[in-house]
Design a protein around this ligand. Sequence first.
Ligand code: 2U9
Length: 369
Amino acid sequence: MDQQKPDLEQLNTDLQAAIDVAAGLDALDAVRVHALGKNGVVTGLLKTLGKMSPEERQVEGPKINGLRAEIAAAIESRKSALEADLLAARLSSETLDLSLPPKEMPKGSIHPVSQVMDELAEIFADLGFAVATGPEIEDDWHNFTALNIPETHPARAMHDTFYFGEEQQRDGQPMMLRTHTSPVQIRTMTSEKPPIRIIAPGRTYRSDSDATHTPMFHQVEGLVIDRDIHMGHLKWTLETFVKAFFERDDIVLRFRPSYFPFTEPSAEVDVGYSLKDGKRIIGGDPTKEDGGWMEILGSGMVNRRVIEACDLDPDEWQGFAFGCGIDRLAMLKYGMDDLRAFFDGDLRWIRHYGFSVLDVPTLSAGVGA
Ligand code: 2U9
């Protein structure tokens, strides 16, 4: 009887060896079936327990069950190792380089207004300005009152505002499509602590439509609020911006006294142009007989009443602000002469004037695309 007893140790050694050399998950599963399957060798041994005497079973039971557990554990651990190898192989072979350009050129193109907005964000980011946005549907306080434009102020009529009906009022306030992006700056001043340096680009609306005005147009406004800010900061910032935007160093600006309710003092800013090949170009000598001045910006020191309206102390915080039309900037830079074509959705126009999706403006490569 004793001679016929299976050599459990030898069996264990043989099975462990087979598990160790199993080169893949399939080979390993074959070993599992051979050892622990319904007709497997270890399963066969377990079945012999039933025919043993209780004394013999007490001795052999733990040995055979121990063997089964050891083999099962060895298979599991080999399986984990093989799976890890497989994953590592996949990870090293199935790489994806996200920095590569697309294999096919994208079909769409970037609208000049979007391109200019990206250029503005890039230029002003370099000067420490963040981009702020806000709702296009505004209430009376943010669009007018906080900006020192009271109800009776003629500027309200000047803005040709698109109002919503009386049933659309919020907290008793008239609602409207914003007539400028200034309410974005008001929202920033009431929600964040100075110092503030932001530009607010976006859509604005005025009930006005002719060759040079569309009911929806794009504006960018800038705002700086800090201590001891003065007109010199405003002049340097605008000069740096215009030079970067038109990518020329021979840019001259002229500041003309003006009036806006939200700035005091206020100045309109003209840029010098000259004539080249019969066309007006920004830059060059405006005092030459072919040259002249073109208005491109409005600006000024933020009116202390506006700073007070935002619950800030105007004796501690001062600032400057400016505004300009993005559509006009795009026309001047990229030589488009009809504003209305901007919003016609004519594919031929966008194919001609649009920018490549890959043409991301950067200061190092030149924001001009
Ligand atoms: C706050 C304080 C001051 C923004 C300013 C202008 C001057 C301006 C026009 C240019 C052409 C609008 O697109 S346009 O018609 N804008 O002349 N905008 S200063 O002043 C602000 C804004 C917000 C809190």
